[in-house]
Design a protein around this ligand. Structure first.
Ligand code: AMP
Length: 396
């Protein structure tokens, strides 16, 4: 793989596309530093070689030019502390000031550029904008897996200005290696666990996974579209009625391929969408009107746990229920613990997608699974078998 380990950065300036799209509270403090922590080893390797670093990222979704709440300057205290240095800051990513700061950058120094998305040219993939960014440095490093599925100026277009000096950082390299380990170097049995609210977001990944998995566990809100397609009564549970045929299609393809599909046979239902709603455990295929399924039931928990504990490769994307509410979190918690348990027995486990990552963190199991992906949409697209523009641009 073309990674930063292939380059000695001594005396070189590297521009790194990082994913610093972190959540900030009202005091502009970072409430989850996972993405910053993930980028640090890449930055440190370049500095340790004797190079200098220019960091560029987006933050939030600014609509029309600069907005203080989306300024990357809010990240400076954390970055100064993590890198044990005082970063320089360019308050406009392509201004003359940015160019001057970059030109004068000394070995060991780090320059942070202001939010790329203050320019609409970034998301449009504008070539002139990309070239101005490229002119700041000698080497291009892409370490932003979370935006690798977007052909933006800083994630993809910029790479053409570095025909022989473009590489992946460690975040990207680890993401690619872990997904490839699951999809290409699979130890059997391979179990995929899919949950979350919607089937529509996951059709592509299901289709691709049916070619590879032995077991497919389906939980979360999306299970009810399958249950309805199979003729079950789902009360007022979440459903995507336009996808009933698609769900049946998936079920028959699974049968043809010999994939065991596990749909929860029992469900925790509630009489409204709140943590203190009345609730009971019922058969998933016979939910009364006025009740909605918000978690998988206890028999499903124990049968899914068995499947997971007997797997050698595990992919988990999406919670089993509305785990944000304590009374509907048991299914997600059981699955999280089972994935950690299987990993301790030697299975390879990859967790991806915002909410399953939030769940694994909530139960403090992130260091008990093999890999936690930093990219939601990017991981889904990669798993669907699509070529991601940010990855292709480095490999071309
Ligand atoms: P997604 O972004 O599609 O992975 O969906 C994650 C969201 O799905 C979480 O916020 C969960 O609360 C929600 N969810 C999981 N199970 C259910 C359910 N049975 N009914 C409604 N929402 C659910």
């Amino acid at each position: 793989m073309k990674t930063i380990d292939k380059i000695n950065f001594n005396g070189k300036k590297a521009i790194i596309r990082v994913d610093f799209n972190v959540p900030l509270n009202n005091n502009f403090e970072i409430t989850d530093k996972t993405r910053i922590n993930a980028a640090i080893p890449t930055i440190k390797k370049i500095l340790a070689d004797g190079g200098s670093v220019i960091l560029m990222s987006h933050l939030g979704r600014p609509k029309n030019g600069p907005e203080d709440k989306f300024s990357l300057k809010h990240l400076l205290p954390t970055l100064n502390q993590k890198l044990n240095t005082k970063l320089l800051f360019a308050p406009d990513c392509i201004s003359d000031e940015a160019k001057l700061l970059a030109d004068n950058l000394q070995s060991g120094q780090v320059l942070l550029l202001e939010n790329l998305r203050f320019y609409k040219e970034e998301t449009k993939g504008d070539e002139t904008f990309a070239e101005k960014l490229a002119n700041l440095a000698d080497v291009y490093v892409n370490d932003a897996f979370g935006t690798a599925h977007r052909a933006h100026a800083s994630t993809t277009i910029i790479a053409k200005f570095f025909p022989t000096t473009k590489v992946f950082g460690y975040v990207m390299a680890n993401e690619i290696a872990s997904i490839n380990k699951v999809l290409l170097d699979t130890k059997k049995p391979f179990t995929a666990i899919l949950g979350g609210a919607k089937v529509s977001d996951k059709i592509g990944i299901i289709e691709n996974l049916l070619q590879k998995v032995d077991h497919l566990i389906i939980g979360g809100g999306m299970m009810f579209t399958f249950i309805k397609a199979m003729g079950g009564e789902i009360g007022s549970s979440l459903v995507e009625t336009d996808l009933l045929n698609m769900a049946n299609d998936i079920l028959s393809k699974a049968k043809q391929k010999g994939v065991s599909i596990h749909i929860p046979l029992d469900t925790i239902v509630a009489d409204n969408f709140s943590n203190d709603a009345n609730r009971k455990e019922v058969a998933s295929f016979a939910i009364e009107e006025g009740w909605m399924g918000l978690d998988i039931g206890s028999k499903s928990c124990s049968s899914f746990k068995d499947v997971i504990l007997n797997s050698s490769t595990i992919l988990w994307n999406g919670p089993m229920g509305v785990f944000e509410m304590e009374n509907f979190a048991e299914g997600t918690r059981t699955i999280a613990m089972a994935v950690a348990g299987a990993t301790s027995k030697g299975a390879y486990s990859l967790i991806g997608g915002g909410d399953s990552v939030a769940a694994i963190n909530k139960y403090e199991l992130a260091d008990k699974v093999s890999y936690v992906s930093t990219g939601g949409g990017a991981m889904l697209e990669f798993m669907e078998g699509k070529e991601l523009p940010g990855i292709k641009a480095i490999l071309d």
